[in-house]
Design a protein around this ligand. Sequence first.
Ligand code: KIV
Length: 265
Amino acid sequence: MKSVLDFQDKKNRKQKITMITCYDYTFATIVADSDIDCLLIGDSLANTMHGFTTTLNATVNMMALHTAAVARGAGAKKFIVSDMPFMSNRKGLTSAMTSAEKIMKAGAHAVKLEGGDEFTYKIVRHLVNSGVPVMGHLGLTPQSVHQLGGFKVQGRDEKAQAKIKEQALRLQEAGAFCVVLELVPSVLAAEISKSLDIPTIGIGAGPDTDGQVLVLQDLLGMNQGFKPKFLKTYFNGFDAMKEAFNTYHDEVVHGKFPTEKESYS
Ligand code: KIV
């Protein structure tokens, strides 16, 4: 997928959209060569790349730095979305626009922002009218983890479900081209996906969203001990890489590497 139009096209054709997070040049070259549709420089880089326990520590400068690295790795092959990090879109229109400008100039093709309230819709409208495609993010919005009381499934009761449905519609009306639904019951995600014209991308939102997103390190099994119900790992990255490191160590220690083959005459 190369443009925002491809998202709508996929939804219209009932083809699933695949997105994974990516934060660096090397992985971006690999993902760009794969069938994955779209790369997300998630503010989850605060966790995966910088070791923080929440995404609150991601900054606009961090987002721009990682976006630029991914953009260099992916070239023009994939659509690149970058997160507006914690507070970057909450302090007023001008500062939100300045943050989005920095992230877009670093190489993103769209920005993603969390939440659904009047202020968010206003920012979304202004970004879209300024030529910046916007992906919404509802359900569990990790930047509000302390307000939500933890990383919990959202939309469990009728009132909360009605609110998320309304937020999704309002984001669509404001001009968002897509909405991420995180940690919500499958039935709710299915209803929202059916009711919206724009595509939804789910994570922990069941099989009936228009696409799926996973964090790259989770998908590759690199995040040892992180086994939420929604996650499927496609590689035992932690053990596979550890084994490679140990084999290298062992060969150096026992004089098996380098050999003549890896040496210059
Ligand atoms: O930051 C992130 O990785 C995300 C995905 C989980 C959707 O927002």
